[in-house]
Design a protein around this ligand. Sequence first.
Ligand code: FMN
Length: 572
Amino acid sequence: MPNWLLSLDRFFPIRYLTWFACAAVMLLGAFTQVVAHAGGVWAVLGLVGVVTGVRDVRQRRHSILRNYPVIGHLRFLLEFIRPEMRQYFIEGDNEAAPFSRQQRSLVYQRAKGDPDKRPLGTQLDVQAEGYEWINHSLQPTRVASHDFRVRIGANCAQPYDASIFNISAMSFGALSGAAIRALNGGALRGNFAHDTGEGSISVHHRAQGGDLIWEVASGYFGCRNADGTFNAELFAKHATEPQVKMIEIKLSQGAKPGHGGVLPGPKVTREIADARGVEIGVDCISPASHSAFSTPVEMLEFIARLRELSGGKPTGFKFCVGHPWEWFAVAKAMLETGLLPDFIVVDGGEGGTGAAPLEFTDHVGAPLQEGLLLVHNTLVGLNLRDKIRIGCAGKVVSAFDIARMMALGANWCNSARGFMFALGCIQAQSCHNDHCPTGVATQDPLRQKALVVPSKIERVHNFHRNTLEALKELVQAAGLQHPNQITANHVVRRVAGDKVKLLANHLQFIAPGSLLAAARGECDWPHNVYKVYWPISRADSFAPAAAEVHPDGLKVPLPTVGEAQAPLDLVI
Ligand SMILES: Cc1cc2nc3c(=O)[nH]c(=O)nc-3n(C[C@H](O)[C@H](O)[C@H](O)COP(=O)(O)O)c2cc1C
């Protein structure tokens, strides 16, 4: 700032200029109104500015307004429109926040049935580290249909032949009634599954009749007693409804594992209260953990009980991998009791949510690749992989995303935000404040009207169909018949500079039965994560055995054997 301006500022703070300008406009307007009967509007506008300035300097909430009366409001206005400005004018096509424009455009085009082809070639840097591709065949196949299926719960009384691409859990409460209707209608049209989310089954889920996966979480919504504990009778009543095809116990969710959640009282409308079995207008709490079981064995017994109460429907659980010894404890309980879930859904730490603390979305929970590999490998190492199906979720929106996850061991993929984009979500990130501009994630009746259910049903259906069509083309190009034939040998990754590796060589895949053999002492442990944590995990507790032998509070021992030679990484 020039010196003369600094001197002026000392006697007359120039940050008050707008405020004083308002006073000048007011006086001038009043004067011309009196003299020439014109300018009254300016007088009123000036007065509004002056009063705003007085209010700004007197309020105690915003320091910026106390120092910069009137003009300071610009900062709040710009902050308010920043996401839109950034999204439309500044953000790069491949910048993920959390989804890139490329990813969203692909969903929008497939959902609308618009051409989804790209001209002139890839925009990706094929020399960049992390770039991946699928190896194609010189003899592409022809696959009759894109309707790829996987049988879940083959030994159940009512197995389910699921699509390999389904709608991931999102509750009525997080999403609007209109959004739920459109998702379920799309699921019906495309013959795929719609996960209820933990908010249970509402009138909106029932309106269209699409296949449901009923998610039962720690709040036991839809099957709870007044004190929030599990109610078997209510569970059986709804689980046996023909529309419900599978039961999923939610242990955790990638965006906020170990956190639980609250739907604030003002959002608990009559419809939500009816669906969940809670009181209208009262905070609806999902505790961080379940009350129906407290050990891995009890959890498997609970799964078996729910399967029985549902009349033999496939029953499994969803979780985001955290402490490896807790997952191993569940796996040990499977071995000891012979009680197996029909499926496990692995959610990645990169997953979405209606609302969660930043520390949780950013820094809690294993990302999908690591979680999926650990679960898949463990089941392979225990010879249990063919008895349990694995689903997964975490930023899966394109056919390549699905193919990649299947290569890593998934049997099917779920998408939450992909289907939100199909409904018209523009990633405004207002799910938590009820101001969703597209009516997808709001309970505001007026805002919901923006979402026209019949046309969005069409879009949900189109997105599913066109994505699987694209997957079919990938499968054909690779010379295969079904996406379940895609393995880590088909996908290549640039790991650094001019070094590329098959995912099969880049990531660790363990041999069938190798964990059982290592536990019997017949061979080396397939990986440090097993060597260190498998011996201390136990079927009768989620806590590691070592917790008891470490009174100093160190719950888990660090690796001590072969530290020098073996990699110290404890995540596969
Ligand atoms: C608005 C919203 C609500 C969600 N609600 C639930 C829920 O009730 N239960 C659950 O298990 N996961 C919930 N999730 C997580 C998703 O089901 C999914 O696991 C996660 O977002 C990863 O998938 P995505 O990357 O395709 O979004 C929610 C996600 C979003 C975006």
